[in-house]
Design a protein around this ligand. Structure first.
Ligand SMILES: Nc1ncnc2c1ncn2[C@@H]1O[C@H](COP(=O)(O)OP(=O)(O)O)[C@@H](O)[C@H]1O
Ligand SMILES: [Mg+2]
Length: 589
């Protein structure tokens, strides 16, 4: 009898939708050629089919080798390996059913022992992987099972149900992000809206021509990144300053901020006075705040204890210099100290040095958004949002590479919160997410999202994960440490793109976030090639092993390359002068 080249073995046992297959011992090759194409048998993540009358059942291989044996045989095999008798074993989970040219996820019927198992040809795979809507699907690479077949994602599901890209350093996460975002950006959508939080400044080159870049110290053709401090919630603003205040003094600060915001709110007009809090995104002069609080600590009084002493030197809120008063006398002689002073000069001093630190200019002196001493600004938040989203490109990259690392978490959290709040409160307008969805890409999410940490970034990401769908805000979370990510956030991701990963704890977290049936596949994660991933969830018709395209303009690696740089001649050591001067001046110029 002529051997049917697609036939590879038979069903040995079935349990739920997990099927054990015994490969034919006379199977001629591991890499049979069918119609001129070489197939690899037994690759984890590839498909097999079981013809059942008019339908074909399809399964995804999750295990190969001895461990794929049925439990009962495995025991016997361990005692006497010769019982394998030249057979090999595969385990697969049933994923779908094909009738004619239509493929459906899920199976209605079950195979039985003895049913024949065949490899899946490119012809079959075209049916399995087909069925994407052209308008809403993006091509991101090839199926590992067959390089001639495109790997696609359903963009709508990807965006509305959130997605996570997980993998070790160097596994190809940034490349994958760039491919996904580029594929979206290349669609002819005039109002696509993608916002990338780019902690290492990696994406500007690979998305050139499709994005607007916002960066501290913008180059030509880029925009300066501004995050006005006054848009931050009170607690987050205070967290920027070194040192901590007692609860009582924090309330005192809060009261003063509120007073200044109320004055500005009245000037802005059209706002309900009762709605204004210290958290309201309303401009106020932080220099004036500092000056008033500092003055209150320093002021001294004449003998009547109510008339202030004359100033020795007048300070300047714009320059952040203090008013100077005659020094208080000891005991009962004038000048008298201000008995109501709060004892917060130390904190105010730290606050002053932050306000003067040039690396915080994007926050405290954002060009166009920096309040005058009376709290008025040239531009307001609507202008900020129109610079971020009204530039005509589908992608806005907020490059945070120049932001001091100690406030990176707070700043990325605040940016997310500012944007989410704007979309939330604009939900009934044309710029709300329901009318113009927003896709937020968070690269290196572990840098600002630690499980169990009560930070503004974790709180905001949790809110977006849980509620974003309702308001048209989708998220693409990228991280190399899934185990450090909040589990509720990961569990809200409708699709998981799992690249190579070796750490056992991380693999555990990834497999628990994947569909139940795929958990056995966690082991294959450590052997994936660079750029290769197991993609599962709502954005794919069927879980697949995929090789991402490589981006034309490689994602810029942020690491200095020692072997290349050390090959350059020694720089003049006198340049350390510049380094120290910059340090003392707190400035890079
Ligand atoms: N699909 C791919 N095909 C070929 N090379 C890739 C692919 N994806 C990534 N690489 C290469 O692997 C390296 C690391 O990729 P990168 O995306 O920066 O990884 P990660 O962000 O996970 O650290 C880069 O040099 C990149 O060019
Ligand atoms: Mg990366």
């Amino acid at each position: 009898m002529k051997h049917n080249p697609t036939h590879i073995g038979q069903v040995e046992s079935v349990s739920g939708n997990s099927v054990t297959i015994k490969m034919a011992s006379n199977y001629p090759s591991n890499m049979p050629i069918v119609d001129g194409t070489v197939y690899r048998i037994g690759q984890i993540g590839s498909f097999l089919k079981i013809p059942l009358g008019y339908a074909n059942l399809y399964g995804l291989i999750t295990q190969a080798g001895v461990l794929a044996m049925p439990e009962s045989l495995l025991m016997a095999y361990k005692e006497n390996p010769s019982i394998a008798d030249g057979h090999r074993w595969l385990r697969m989970i049933l994923v779908g059913e094909q009738i004619g040219s239509s493929f459906e996820r899920g199976v209605l019927q079950s195979p039985t022992s003895g049913d024949q198992v065949h490899l899946v040809t490119n012809e079959d795979l075209r049916i399995v992987y087909g069925g994407y809507n052209a308008q809403s699907s993006i091509v991101i690479g090839n199926q590992s099972a067959s390089e001639g077949l495109a790997a696609q994602l359903d963009m709508d599901k990807l965006i509305s149900r959130h997605c996570a890209i997980l993998g070790a350093t160097g596994s190809g996460k940034s490349n994958a992000v760039s491919i996904v975002v580029k594929a979206i950006a290349e669609k002819p959508f005039p109002s696509a809206r993608v916002l990338m939080i780019d902690p290492h400044g990696e994406y500007a080159s690979s998305l050139a021509g499709k994005c607007r870049v916002f960066r501290v110290g913008a180059a030509a053709g880029e925009d300066e990144l501004c995050v006005p401090f006054w848009a931050l919630p009170f607690k987050e603003l205070m967290a920027i300053f070194p040192g901590r205040l007692s609860d009582q003094n924090e309330d005192y600060f809060r009261g003063k901020v509120l007073d200044l915001k109320r004055v500005s709110a009245a000037a802005l007009g059209g706002l309900r006075a009762e709605a204004i809090t210290a958290d309201s995104p309303i401009p106020f002069s932080i220099n004036q705040l500092w000056f008033d609080l500092d003055n209150f600590e320093r002021i001294t009084f004449k003998a009547d204890r109510t008339t202030p002493e004359a100033l020795i030197a007048a300070g300047d809120p714009a320059a952040l210099t203090s008013n100077q008063y005659p020094t208080a006398g000891l005991g009962s002689s004038a000048p008298f100290l201000n008995t109501k002073a709060k004892g917060i000069l130390g904190f105010l001093d730290g606050m002053r040095s932050r306000l003067l630190d040039q690396s915080y200019n994007f926050l405290f002196r954002p060009i166009g958004y920096s309040p005058a001493l009376n709290g008025t600004t040239q531009n307001d938040l609507p202008e900020l949002f129109s610079t971020w989203f009204g530039h005509g490109f589908p992608v806005a990259i907020l490059d945070l590479s120049a932001i001091p690392s100690e406030i990176m978490q707070t700043i990325s959290g605040c940016i997310l919160k500012i944007i989410y709040d704007a979309l939330y409160w604009g939900q009934n307008t044309l710029v709300g997410g329901k009318k113009q969805p927003l896709f937020i890409v968070l690269d290196e999410a572990h840098a600002y999202l630690k499980a169990g940490e009560d930070s503004i970034s974790s709180r905001t990401v949790q809110v977006i994960a849980k509620e974003g769908r309702k308001y048209g805000v989708g998220m693409l979370l990228v991280t190399q440490r899934p185990s450090e990510l909040d589990e509720t956030v990961l569990s809200q991701c409708g699709s998981i793109i799992a690249l190579r990963m070796t750490n056992t704890r991380d693999k555990g977290h990834v497999s628990s976030a994947m569909q139940d049936e795929l958990r056995e596949m966690a082991d294959v994660l450590s052997s994936l090639r660079t750029g290769e991933a197991i993609v599962s969830g709502e954005a794919v018709r069927i879980p697949s092993r995929v090789k991402f395209f490589q981006a034309d303009n490689a994602v810029k690696s942020s690491d200095p390359i020692a072997s290349k740089l050390w090959a350059c001649p020694q720089p003049d050591v006198a340049i350390y002068e510049t380094s120290v001067r910059n340090w003392r001046n707190q400035s890079f110029n």
